[in-house]
Design a protein around this ligand. Structure first.
Ligand code: 5AD
Ligand code: SF4
Length: 481
């Protein structure tokens, strides 16, 4: 991870260094000088706001964007009436794109009132050519646009915008580069996401991610371990290892390493208490990993294992490389090794050609597996993916009806599942003050379940035993045990 750069030591007189991350430090310093000058002219501090759409990966990227903005002197604020607003976008479903266009309309009005305001867009949606074309034509007030491959260049791009006073657009088609040691400002002091790999090689037929995040690239284990050690030294007790498909970690390293081996190395880090990871593709979940999960003292009792559909016929059309039967067998194996485990999943309703029989197979899987929670999605057609060219799109009313049925079933199972812990005393990582209940704190069990209990704010960031007194459907009320 990043240790504060000594900007005093960096000279901006000569040309920018060619190597990374030194090149970015140089531009951070140049931007900082510019922001200081602006602050002086305006007699106030310039403010910034980072808004994130989409997944945990984007949330982590946003912490890196904020790290740079703070380093160059912007003061973060929660609202979008700031001097620098950046949207880190998602494009996994069409409604994510619509949200961004909606927000941009609102931002253009704010910009009319603030001549110093800059608007930037980055992330997955920017990797789509049609989107950038539309922005170029109809959203000319946007100042800076970049994609997923070159976000490490954020400081350099901001400098280009400061320097040229015209819109900067920089979108790459791919990269094999991973730049380490850049600033990052994390949201929680006691927990953090840690990228272990970028990109995805799976090409599930509905999914746009491989096209906008590129091929799999794993970070070197020593860089990951060093980052976690530094996080732990800075009071982090829980980490979430992030990757589109963590089970294929390490395949493309010079010295290949499995995800299970990486986990064993991370487990050894003193002071680290909890390890989570996502996302696991069922086709790559190894016996070695199950064994590591079984014996680990730190890996949390939770696994996100997206099934997407319960129908083997649809799974094949989705290019998922497993069947209903092999998925259920895998679940059984995991449950035999880690009996208390909380399983969660993603399900898509309305994939092209999904019949009522196919949907009933999905209902059958959720009843058999009994997930602790399920993220349910209505299929969204993504231009450029193989599924977008498939005929037999399912009528909207059918999708809606099935979706509602699925949701009801999922919720009723989750409510039943959570009760298995009733009366037990379990470790809770205290995350925040409860805003609704005076004198209460909110935290999470290893399984991810939320617990509210009375306690003092000084406990935030620590792990304490809590007696789970009353299940409230999807959370617990408890008391310090
Ligand atoms: N439509 C609906 N849901 C999708 N997902 C990915 N692509 C699509 C799509 N085109 C869902 C999958 C994935 C989750 C992150 O988003 O369930 O696991
Ligand atoms: Fe998309 Fe499949 Fe890759 Fe997940 S594994 S990001 S669903 S292509």
């Amino acid at each position: 991870m990043y240790t504060k750069i000594d900007l005093e030591q960096i000279s901006t007189n000569g040309p920018a260094p060619e190597t990374e991350p030194e090149r970015q430090y140089y531009f951070i310093k140049k931007c900082k000088e510019y922001v200081e000058q602006k602050n002086k002219e305006l007699g106030r501090s310039l403010t910034c706001c980072v808004q994130t759409f989409g997944c945990q990966m984007n949330a982590r990227d946003s912490e890196k964007l904020l790290g740079i903005l703070e380093e160059i002197g912007y003061v973060p604020v929660e609202t979008e009436d700031a001097d620098f607003v950046i949207y880190n976008t998602c494009t996994v479903r069409e409604n994510a794109n619509q949200k961004v266009y909606g927000h941009l309309g609102y931002l253009s009005n704010i910009k009319k009132k603030n001549p110093h305001m800059l608007i930037a867009l980055c992330g997955c949606m920017m990797q789509e050519e049609l989107v950038v074309e539309k922005l170029r034509k109809s959203y000319r007030f946007v100042d800076l646009i970049f994609g997923t491959y070159n976000n490490y260049k954020f400081a350099e791009l901001i400098w280009e915008r400061f320097d040229s006073n015209s819109t900067i657009i920089d979108i790459w088609k791919e990269t094999d580069q991973i730049v380490e040691e850049l600033p990052v400002e994390r949201k929680y002091p006691f927990k953090s996401g840690v990228n272990i790999m970028f990109g995805c090689n799976n090409f599930c037929s509905y999914c746009i991610v491989p096209y906008v995040r590129g091929r799999e690239r794993s970070r070197k284990p020593e860089d990951i371990i060093k980052e976690i050690q530094e996080l732990v030294a800075d009071n982090v007790v829980e980490i979430m290892l992030l990757g589109q498909n963590v089970n294929s970690y390490g395949k493309n390293l010079e010295q290949p390493m499995t995800f299970a081996q990486l986990l064993q190395e991370i487990e050894k880090i003193p002071g680290l208490e909890r390890i989570r990871f996502m996302t696991s593709h069922p086709k790559d979940l190894s016996d070695e990993l199950i064994e590591v999960m079984r014996t680990s003292k730190k890996i949390c009792c939770q696994l996100h294992l997206p099934v997407q559909s319960g129908s083997s016929r649809i799974l094949q059309k989705m290019n998922r490389h497993y069947t209903k039967e092999s998925y259920l067998a895998l679940v059984e194996k995991i449950r035999a090794a880690v009996p208390d485990i909380s399983l969660t999943t993603d399900i898509i309703v309305g994939f092209p050609g999904e019949t009522q029989e196919d949907f009933e197979e999905t209902m059958d899987v959720i009843r058999k597996v009994r997930y602790d929670s399920v993220f349910t999605f209505i299929y969204s057609k993504r231009t450029g993916t193989p599924a977008a060219a498939m005929e037999e799109q399912v009528p909207e009313e059918v999708v809606k009806k099935n979706f509602d049925r699925l949701l009801k079933e999922v919720q009723s199972i989750a409510t039943e599942r959570i009760e298995r812990f009733q009366g037990r005393t379990m470790d809770v990582l205290v995350e925040e003050k409860n805003e609704q209940l005076e004198g209460y704190l909110t935290g999470r069990l290893s399984s991810g379940i939320v617990v509210h209990f009375p306690g003092d704010e000084s406990l935030i960031g620590t792990i304490v035993p809590v007696k789970l007194e009353e299940s409230k459907g999807f959370y617990y009320m408890g008391k310090r045990g």
